[in-house]
Design a protein around this ligand. Structure first.
Ligand code: MLC
Length: 530
C-alpha cells in the first residue's frame, strides 16, 4: 500500500479544483484567474522546474515582484516537491548572494532587470538554472510554462518533508533559514481557515508582499482553502485599497495599513460597511489604532501573533460573543493589547523572566487558564513549529528548550483567561511596517567605517511604520561624511537603513559593559515625532 501523499499542495489543489471556474486571483477591476486556471498554471510551473533538474527536496529561490505568475511559481514548487525560498525584493546583490550560497538552490528566479548583477552570484553558488520573471508576470519562466503540459503528477512528500525555507535575520551573525514542513503549513492553514470563519462567499483583500509568511502563507492558504476570491493588489495603496473594500469581506494587513487608512479623512464608516473582518499582524497593533479604527468604522480589528519559525501561534477570537471563560461568562471581545488565545493544538508557556541566570532554578510554568504568571519569554510547541534552521544545528539547538519548546524571543504573559499579551522582546529587533530589522547587521556596517568608534541601532516610535531605525554613533577622530555613511549602508536593503543618525560622546553601558539600549530608546523616543 502506498502512503498517502503528505504534500500540502494536494490539499490546496483539491479545494481549488472543487472551486473550479470560480475566480481565485483578481488583479485590477477585470482580470480574474479562476481556481482551475491557477492550478493548471501551477502544474505547468512544476513541469518547467522538474525539466530544469529540480528534484524533490531541492530549493527554488524566488526574488520576484508580486504577480499571479509568482503565486503559480510558489504552488508549482510545492507541486514538484521543491522547497520554496522567497526573498524580499529589496535585498541588495550582496545580501542575495548570501542567500543563494546558503540555500544552494537548483533553480533561481529573479527579475530580468537584476539578471546581470545577480547571475554571477547564482553561478558562484552553483545554481543549476536561472529564470526571469518580471513585475507584470512575464519572462522566460512564464514563456516556458505556457509551452509545458499540465498533466504532471504531484510529487510525493511526507508531512515532515520541507516545503519552504524562510530566512530570518539573527541577533548575531548572518540570516538563518527557518525550515517549514508540509505538515507545518497544512496545520496552520486548516486551523486559521476554521478559526476566522472563511467560506467561498468571502472576498479577501490582499495587499501584502508575497515573500513573507503573512502574505504568502497566512493570506493565500486560508483563502485558497475556502475557494474564495482574492483581490490581489500589487502593493498597499490606500486609495486603491479603500475602493476595494466595497467588494471585499476580509482584509489582512500590518498595523501600518490601518494607520494609513485612518490618516485619510475620506476613509469613513461606509467604506468598511461591506467588510466582515479586519485582521492585523506582523507588528504590534497599538491601542490607539485599534480604538481609532473602531470609532471610525465600527470594526474591532482582530490581532493575531506569529513568526516565520512558527506560522501563526495565537489569535483573538472571531466571535465577539461566543468565546466563553471557564465559568461560561462571555470574554470573547477582541481586545487591544492581547494577541488572543493559542491556536488549537499549540501550547504556549511563559519561561521565568530570568531563565538561564544562576538565580533561576524554577521550571517554566504551563499555560493554565486562571493563572497569571509574570512576564517571561514566550515558548511554544505544536504542529506549526518549524523543523529547525537550515544547515545550522547549533542555532537550532539554541532555539529549543530541552523538552522541545521553541524559544520565540518575545516577552509575554498569559492573563487569567489564557490570553497571551506581548510586552517586549528578548531579542534585539526592530519591526518597521511589518519588516524585521536586526540592529546587529547595521551596527556591523557602521562600526567598520573609519571614523566610527562604535554604534548602536535602536527603534523609535514611528507614526507610519510603528517603529523606525535610528543609529547612535561614537566618532573616532573625524567622523565619516554623510556620503561615506550612505555608501557603506548601500550594502543593505533600503528598508533596513537608519532614518536618523545621532552622535554622542559615549554609549550608555551597564556595569557589565553592555550597551543599555533601553536608555537610548528613551532618549530618542521623539526622533520621528517632528
Ligand atoms: C518600505 N520602506 C520601508 C518599509 N517599507 N522602510 C522600513 N520599513 C518598511 N516596512 C522604505 C523603502 O525601502 C523605501 O525607502 C521607502 O520606504 C518607500 O518604499 P515603498 O515601497 O514605497 O513603501 P511602501 O509601499 O509605503 O511600503 C510600506 C508598507 C510595506 C508598510 C506598505 O513595507 C509593506 O507592505 N509591509 C508589509 C510587510 C509584511 O508583509 N510583513 C510580514 C512579515 S511576516 P527609500 O529609501 O527608497 O525611500 C511576519 C510574521 C507574521 O512578520 O506574524 O506575520
Amino acid at each position: 500500500m502506498t502512503a498517502p501523499n503528505g504534500n500540502f499542495y494536494v490539499l490546496l489543489r483539491a479545494r481549488g479544483l472543487r472551486a473550479g471556474e470560480a475566480p481565485c486571483l483578481t488583479v485590477g477591476a477585470w482580470e480574474s484567474l479562476s481556481y482551475r486556471a491557477l492550478h493548471a498554471m501551477a502544474a505547468q510551473m512544476a513541469d518547467v522546474l522538474a525539466s530544469a533538474g529540480l528534484r524533490p527536496g531541492d530549493r527554488v529561490v524566488a526574488q520576484v515582484e508580486k504577480s499571479v505568475a509568482n503565486v503559480a511559481l510558489y504552488l508549482g514548487a510545492l507541486f514538484a516537491g521543491g522547497v520554496y525560498v522567497p526573498l524580499n525584493t529589496g535585498y541588495t546583490a550582496e545580501e542575495t548572494a548570501y542567500f543563494l550560497g546558503d540555500a544552494a538552490p537548483a533553480v533561481f528566479v529573479c527579475d530580468p532587470g537584476r539578471l546581470a548583477e545577480l547571475s554571477p552570484h547564482a553561478r558562484q553558488a552553483g545554481v543549476g538554472t536561472v529564470f526571469t520573471l518580471d513585475r507584470e508576470g512575464g519572462g522566460e519562466l512564464i514563456d516556458a510554462a505556457r509551452r509545458a503540459p499540465c498533466d504532471t503528477v504531484v510529487a510525493q512528500r511526507g508531512e515532515d518533508d520541507l516545503a519552504a525555507i524562510l530566512y530570518t535575520s539573527g541577533t548575531t551573525g548572518r540570516s538563518k533559514g527557518a525550515m517549514l514542513t508540509h505538515g507545518n503549513l497544512a496545520s496552520n492553514a486548516v486551523a486559521l481557515n476554521r478559526l476566522w470563519g472563511f467560506s467561498s462567499d468571502d472576498v479577501l483583500l490582499h495587499a501584502l508582499p508575497v515573500f513573507h509568511i503573512h502574505g504568502l502563507f497566512v493570506a493565500l492558504h486560508v483563502a485558497m482553502l475556502s475557494g474564495c476570491e482574492i483581490l490581489f493588489h500589487k502593493s498597499f495603496d490606500t486609495g486603491a485599497v479603500r475602493e476595494s473594500l466595497a467588494r471585499a469581506t476580509v482584509m489582512m494587513g500590518v498595523p501600518t495599513f490601518y494607520a494609513r487608512l485612518l490618516a485619510r479623512d475620506d476613509f469613513r464608516r461606509e467604506d468598511a460597511a461591506h467588510m466582515r473582518l479586519f485582521i492585523s499582524g506582523s507588528a504590534p497593533l497599538t491601542q490607539e489604532t485599534f480604538n481609532a479604527f473602531e470609532a471610525r468604522t465600527g470594526h474591532r480589528i482582530l490581532e493575531r501573533y506569529g513568526m516565520s519559525e512558527a506560522g501563526m501561534i495565537a489569535s483573538n477570537p472571531l466571535d465577539e460573543e461566543q468565546q466563553g471563560t471557564q465559568d461560561g461568562a462571555s470574554n470573547g471581545a477582541r481586545r487591544a493589547g492581547t494577541v488572543g488565545f493559542p491556536l488549537p493544538g499549540v501550547s504556549v508557556r511563559i519561561a521565568p523572566p530570568d531563565e538561564g541566570s544562576a538565580a533561576s532554578a524554577q521550571a517554566p510554568t504551563d499555560a493554565a487558564p486562571g493563572a497569571t504568571p509574570p512576564p517571561g519569554e514566550v515558548e511554544i510547541k505544536g504542529p506549526n513549529v518549524f523543523k529547525g534552521y537550515w544547515r545550522n544545528p547549533e542555532k537550532t539547538a539554541e532555539a529549543f528548550t530541552p523538552d522541545g519548546y521553541f524559544r520565540t524571543g518575545d516577552i509575554g504573559m498569559l492573563d487569567g483567561d489564557g490570553r497571551l499579551c506581548l510586552v517586549g522582546r528578548a531579542k534585539d529587533l526592530i519591526i518597521a511596517g511589518g519588516y524585521n530589522i536586526y540592529p546587529k547587521e547595521i551596527e556591523q556596517v557602521l562600526d567598520a567605517l573609519p571614523g566610527v568608534a562604535e554604534s548602536a541601532v535602536v527603534g523609535a516610535p514611528h507614526p507610519d511604520l510603528g517603529e523606525g531605525a535610528i543609529a547612535v554613533l561614537v566618532a573616532a577622530g573625524d567622523p565619516p561624511t554623510d556620503d561615506e555613511i550612505a555608501a557603506a549602508l548601500s550594502r543593505l536593503a533600503r528598508f533596513k537603513r537608519p532614518r536618523r543618525l545621532y552622535y554622542v560622546d559615549a554609549l550608555p553601558r551597564n556595569a557589565m559593559g553592555k550597551v543599555q539600549k533601553h536608555l537610548l530608546r528613551a532618549t530618542y523616543r521623539e526622533a520621528f515625532s517632528a
